[in-house]
Design a protein around this ligand. Structure first.
Ligand code: SF4
Ligand code: SF4
Length: 200
């Protein structure tokens, strides 16, 4: 077991010790409703954690997040880095013997975190998500160079991964100008209606 997984397990054991059965069980029902997943089906075999390519960057392993939710530990879940580190790759869902859609679970948790103004553990990740969405709203496609530039301006982190960006430019993997779908009106309407419904 690596160092980070030790940390994941340590965090989880600490939280389970303080749970003491007074969690918010409405929270787990809400996550289940939004994700369509039955969290009570998880029996903590850890197959999800074994295959997750981003577990090193998480504070709780994927199965740990499910355990926190089962215990109704809403704040621990919503303030975790894990829900923002998950990229929704579905590697864990393929490995899960109970077919739990972890990506949908994390998505539901992120939505609740935004709607309830929970403290966001990884604000840079949220900024990046927003820049991607803005690009889709504007062009109907992602313009990667603009997303990267806007993200850099927002985070003021100018030099991290600069070498990768320059190599991508040299290999023409980054278009200087955006390409646009013909009809962006439907997209704009979709974004407007979503905003009016109050989804962040
Ligand atoms: S693989 Fe599925 S059942 Fe196993 S711990 Fe992960 S979510 Fe739970
Ligand atoms: S969907 Fe998320 S939790 Fe599952 S393997 Fe991918 S990054 Fe890890």
């Amino acid at each position: 077991m690596n160092k980070r997984n030790h940390k994941n397990n340590g965090n989880l054991q600490r939280v389970m010790t303080i749970a003491a059965g007074n969690g918010d069980m409405g929270f787990v029902r809400e996550v289940e409703k939004r994700s369509g997943a039955d969290l009570s089906a998880c029996f903590h075999c850890r197959c999800c954690a074994g295959g997750c390519p981003f577990i090193e960057a998480m504070d709780y392993a994927p199965h740990g997040i499910i355990r926190l939710a089962q215990l109704g530990l809403r704040d621990e879940v919503l303030q975790s880095a894990t829900i923002w580190t998950c990229v929704g790759c579905h590697t864990c869902s393929i490995a899960c013997p109970m077919a739990i859609d972890m990506a949908a679970v994390m998505d539901a948790m992120r939505g609740i975190a935004l709607e309830t103004d929970a403290a966001i553990a990884e604000p840079d990740v949220l900024d990046f998500h927003r820049e991607v969405l803005r690009s889709i709203e504007r062009y109907g496609r992602t313009h990667k160079l603009e997303i990267m530039m806007r993200y850099k301006v927002k985070t003021r982190d100018w030099f991290t991964d600069m070498d990768v960006g320059l190599r991508m430019l040299a290999k023409r993997k980054l278009d200087l100008l955006p390409s646009k779908v013909k009809n962006t009106q439907d997209l704009k309407r979709m974004f407007r209606e979503t905003a009016e419904r109050g989804t962040p």
